[in-house]
Ligand binder design. Structure first.
Ligand SMILES: NC(=O)c1ccc[n+]([C@@H]2O[C@H](COP(=O)([O-])OP(=O)(O)OC[C@H]3O[C@@H](n4cnc5c(N)ncnc54)[C@H](OP(=O)(O)O)[C@@H]3O)[C@@H](O)[C@H]2O)c1
Length: 282
């Protein structure tokens, strides 16, 4: 297959590039906004045609939750309207969405059939993108994920390592519960989807297994890093100056993905250990 990967300089796109070497039967076209802007309909159509693309993996997105509040129009273009561009190319699409489509008020893992209720501009635009893509391309696969991190790009893991080294004491929220997800494991899940002998369109939830708070996650990051003496203190969300509300409980139920594709998913601690090995060797 000729596979176009958009947003390939981001966390997930970078992990797709790493993993592609283990799947040499495909031909890959890695692009980011400087080369192929997914909001540019004619550029995307020309690129798909001239490279005989069979499948698009959309790793591109407007992911800054706070900035999206101030500039929802741009987030809407990239997270929503561009899905009409990608979905109308006459090829299969694998797209990534988010736990932010839910309100975060539930106290049990969210299923794909649960009603959504985004509370942020980012969540609203990502949900719009899901609807636009499924209308344009009913064959599409959408993987909703959460708390994504990687050895590439900026993310919570790298921030906590930096702050742990800089500060003697650090308050981290313990009343937001979710599942940290190693982007390398999400990239693996994408290959499971695209190499499945039967194509299974629709929405799926995919994160690592298990749950924790940001506070627990930070303790694990510091312990695995080693040599960090910072005292981490649990705080409430109301004690942290969030610009944008964060979901209190954003655990996703992955039963549908595991049953459909017949795979086990690694626990978040296992994913974190592998990512920390990469970071500690850099
Ligand atoms: N990060 C998370 O915690 C999280 C949680 C749940 C779901 N997700 C979803 O997971 C997916 C991957 O996230 P990620 O963390 O890998 O994102 P990321 O690191 O922010 O990467 C996104 C990439 O897309 C690029 N991009 C932005 N606008 C574009 C455009 N118009 N055309 C082409 N490329 C464009 C970005 O370039 P610039 O950097 O230059 O803008 C960046 O390289 C996204 O769909 C995201 O919504 C992420």
């Amino acid at each position: 297959m000729n596979i176009l990967i958009t947003g390939s300089k981001g966390q997930l796109g970078s992990e797709m590039r790493v993993l592609s070497s283990a799947h040499p039967q495909h031909h890959y076209f890695f692009t980011d906004v400087d080369e192929l802007d997914i909001t540019d309909r004619s550029a995307v159509s020309a690129y798909v045609q001239s490279n005989a693309i069979d499948l698009i993996v959309n790793c591109a997105a407007y992911t800054n939750v706070d900035k999206a509040e101030e500039d929802e129009a741009t987030a809407q273009k990239i997270n929503a309207e561009a899905l009409s561009v990608l979905g109308n190319q006459g090829v299969r699409v694998v797209h990534i969405s988010t736990d932010y489509v839910f309100s975060g008020d539930e106290h049990r893992p969210c299923r794909e059939t649960d009603s959504v209720g985004p509370r942020t501009a980012y969540g609203r635009t990502k949900y719009e993108g899901e609807k636009i893509l499924l209308a344009a391309c009913p064959e599409a696969v959408i993987l909703r994920t959460a708390w994504l991190y990687s050895s590439y790009g900026n993310n919570f893991v790298k921030t906590m390592i930096r702050l742990g080294k800089e500060k003697k004491e650090l308050g981290v929220v313990y009343d937001q519960i979710g599942t940290p997800t190693y982007a390398a494991d999400l990239a693996r899940a994408i290959f499971v989807v695209i190499e499945s002998p039967i194509w299974h369109p629709g929405i799926y939830h995919f994160t690592n297994e298990g749950v924790c708070s940001w506070y627990d996650f930070t303790l694990a990051i510091h312990a695995l890093h080693g040599g960090i003496e910072c005292q981490v203190r649990p705080i409430l969300s109301e004690e942290y100056p969030y610009k944008t509300p964060r979901p209190h409980y954003s655990v996703l139920d992955k039963s549908k993905f595991k049953k459909t594709f017949g795979v086990a998913i690694p626990h978040w601690m296992d994913g974190l250990k592998r990512c920390m090995r990469v970071l500690n060797n850099e």
